[in-house]
Design a protein. Structure first.
Length: 278
């Protein structure tokens, strides 16, 4: 019977993407596949994680786990049978014996390098943005030449993606930055214009609650609140309604704060958080 050592070696050798692809599933650019564990998943709600975070999770039915759990559920096998199947199907030739210290160190080093490469672009931009923010807050003069260098760099205006852990969810959310042009479109869609008979002028009013919901729906890549299948699963229509159903008030504010931070908003979200508590 395969022991814990064999299971550990399988998890170290195989990525989730390798396993799902071998058994006929092909993740899209976002890493999603149609979930085989519940019906009606036409758009794909099962997220395949790779790199520094392995495993899988379905936002439709809630199933998730390791590569071994995936094979167990897919083929109706026991833990031991799933380990043997993966070992055989991938020709790993594993015996369950502990790898040497040198082999283990090499594997860990390879995984560290992979994780570092995926974070490099976002880390570089965050570093430049932090430096610029410090200069601005200290009211230091930034020469035209230095400002031009920053604007001409690859980081200026480039979309940034990062992850944020939300309490109560098993996997972190993936969020992105947007441009001011996109932000204006969102705000405009949440505005209504009325005519004030007393002043004889038009007045524009912004529905801030709706704006915050649409900002989250636009900036949150994973989970995708605009996904029609996910909305149908929870019996709602529209991203705003899905956000209201899935997120608790505290989770909503934590996610909004992270999105405002990645987009460089200067408003103090903590004031909004205190207002919500009162």
């Amino acid at each position: 019977m395969p022991g814990n050592d064999l299971a550990r070696q399988i998890k170290e050798r195989l990525t989730t993407r390798q396993v799902v692809e071998l058994y006929g599933f092909h993740p899209d650019r976002g890493g999603y596949i149609q979930c085989p564990f519940h019906t009606g998943d036409n758009h794909g709600s099962l997220k395949v994680y790779d790199g520094s975070k392995t495993g899988w999770h379905c936002f439709g039915c809630g199933a998730g786990g390791s590569v071994i759990d995936f094979v167990m559920r897919l083929f109706g096998l026991s833990f031991a049978q799933a380990c043997l199947k993966l070992n055989c199907d991938f020709g790993l030739g594993l015996t369950g014996e502990r790898p040497s210290m040198a082999e283990r160190s090499a594997l860990l080093e390879a995984r560290r390098r992979e994780a570092q490469e995926k974070e490099a672009a976002a880390a570089l931009y965050r570093e430049k943005a932090a430096e610029y923010r410090q200069l601005w807050e200290a009211q230091k003069f930034l020469s035209p030449d230095k400002l031009m260098d920053f604007l001409m760099s690859d980081g200026a205006g480039k979309e940034v993606q990062t992850t944020v852990n939300i309490s109560g969810f098993p996997e972190p959310f993936i969020i992105r930055s947007i441009t001011e042009a996109q932000n204006k479109e969102i705000r405009k869609s949440c505005q209504t214009t009325t005519f004030n008979k007393k002043t004889h002028q038009k007045e524009v009013e912004t529905n801030n609650d709706l704006y915050n919901c649409r900002l989250i729906a636009t900036c949150c890549l994973d989970p995708n609140f605009k996904d029609a299948e996910l909305q149908a699963h929870h019996g709602v229509r529209g991203a705003e309604s899905l956000i209201d159903v899935l997120l608790k008030p505290g989770q909503f504010l934590d996610l909004l704060m992270a999105i405002q931070d990645i987009n460089g908003f200067s408003d103090d979200i903590n004031e909004q958080k205190e207002e919500a508590k009162n």
